[in-house]
Design a protein around this ligand. Structure first.
Ligand SMILES: C[S@@+](CC[C@H](N)C(=O)[O-])C[C@H]1O[C@@H](n2cnc3c(N)ncnc32)[C@H](O)[C@@H]1O
Length: 345
């Protein structure tokens, strides 16, 4: 039993109603959008001054900050004066470990609309996003460049925070000639692999053309391009994947797709580079999995025809495409490295 379950009835009702408010993610998104953490980087500030500099109303801003203070995101150092905390500092854009774009994306109307239509997912098992927008998320993002930029930036924020731990867990990259990151977004994960293992020959970033255009400007990617170690493959990975690859990697990609699509992608890799292994940096479902993973599984239900899979489901997928799941490497994060080798190797 959790402590809340043992409370007397009125307190239980209060504990339950606390869970019913969608205020925290919405207020986080607003704090990021109005650059509150950047303004407070200069030091504690009265809410009236803060509101004037953010071009918002002071009363409502006070309510937003008071709520986030409850969660430890900001601190009210004296009545009406707010300061950053180690959590709110991460809402600043363009700092190492920034979660600015992620906070903004979580507040995006397209994601809120999907949550609003979650009953459709519950009744049908299909993504609420498609019901609301009439198409799947990836084609929709290609037609909405502002939202797509925000999405890609959010992925980068998230990946930057994790990449070092993921990459360190797989020293085998050091001896490889070529690694391809499928659906690699702006290229942070692949660039970290190349930076960490200078003896690794080259990396190829495979993603949709607009995402590749964004990746070309990524400051961590540009020097690697100049060194001739970083190539791009702007294409639908279901139609073609780069040749001459020793390991295809993914990060946070497999949970976006249903089984049939993934088997198609894996088979394409198997045919294109028959000796290559697959290294998937993905979450693996298991008993007692962290709340974060359960939340992620729900996001996949609301927005895509995907899911967070368990070890047996990954093994089945790889097996159908001609690979054997050889091991799962823990990384000390919510992500594991799922390694698969071609059958017979
Ligand atoms: C959840 S994001 C992960 C991005 C990156 N791997 C990371 O972890 O930061 C999924 C990526 O898959 C890409 N993607 C989706 N459909 C694709 C397709 N058909 N071909 C190639 N890339 C695709 C998206 O553009 C996006 O960059």
């Amino acid at each position: 039993m959790t402590p809340e379950q043992t409370l007397p009835a009125p307190s239980r009702a209060a504990a339950l109603s606390e869970l019913m408010f969608p205020s925290t993610p919405r207020c986080l998104a607003l704090a990021a959008e109005y650059r509150i953490a950047e303004l407070l980087a200069e030091g504690p500030m009265a809410v009236a001054d803060l509101a004037a500099r953010a071009y918002v109303e002071p009363g409502p801003l006070h309510k937003v900050l008071a709520l986030l203070t409850e969660d430890g995101v900001f601190e009210e150092t004296e009545p009406g004066v707010f300061a950053n905390t180690p959590l709110s500092e991460l809402l600043q854009a363009d700092i190492p470990g920034s979660m600015h774009a992620m906070a903004r994306m979580v507040g995006s109307p397209w994601l809120w609309d999907s949550w609003g239509a979650l009953d459709h997912s519950l009744a049908t098992g299909r993504p609420a996003f498609r019901k609301v927008h009439g198409t799947a998320l990836w084609p929709w993002l290609q037609e909405h460049p502002d939202e797509a930029r925000m999405f890609n930036r959010a992925m980068t924020d998230f990946t930057e925070a994790l990449s070092d731990a993921l990459v360190a867990a797989y020293p085998e990259f050091a001896t490889m000639s070529a690694v391809c990151d499928l659906g690699g977004g702006e290229g942070t994960f692949l660039a970290t692999i190349l930076d960490t293992y200078p003896s690794l020959g080259r990396g190829v970033l495979a993603d949709l053309p607009p995402v590749i255009e964004q990746a070309r400007k990524h400051p961590q990617v540009m020097p690697l391009v100049e060194q001739g170690r970083f190539d791009f493959a702007a294409a639908d990975f279901f139609s073609q994947v780069p040749v001459g690859i020793e390991a295809y990697v993914t990060k946070q990609v497999m949970h976006s797709w249903p089984d049939a699509a993934l088997v198609r992608l894996l088979r394409r890799c198997r045919e294109t580079s028959p000796g290559a292994r697959f290294v998937a940096a993905e979450m693996v479902h298991h008993d007692g999995v962290a709340r974060f993973v359960k939340n992620f599984d729900l996001v996949m239900l609301a927005t895509m025809s995907g899911q967070v899979r368990d070890e047996r489901q990954f093994a089945d997928l790889f097996d159908q495409a001609g690979y054997r799941l050889s091991r799962i490497v823990p990384t000390g994060t919510a992500f594991s490295l799922i390694e698969a080798v071609p059958h017979g190797l």
